[in-house]
Write a protein of this length. Sequence first.
Length: 73
Amino acid sequence: MMIILNKQDYSEVKKKITAKENNPPTFAHSVLDEYINGTVYADSVNLQTILIGTNSGIYYVFGNENNDHFNKD
């Protein structure tokens, strides 16, 4: 299952994707900071798997890569 996150949740996503030794691409930060248009999806409000997509078709996935239900969506 995949849900579209509200912009109010973007700060939590940003904390999550930068918390570990992770180096998310600049466009992911730009979507979360609302500099470029895009959509942020998650598997649940627990943010175990996150998909950040730009309107131009560039995507970044973070979290549980074995989340089959999310991957199918």
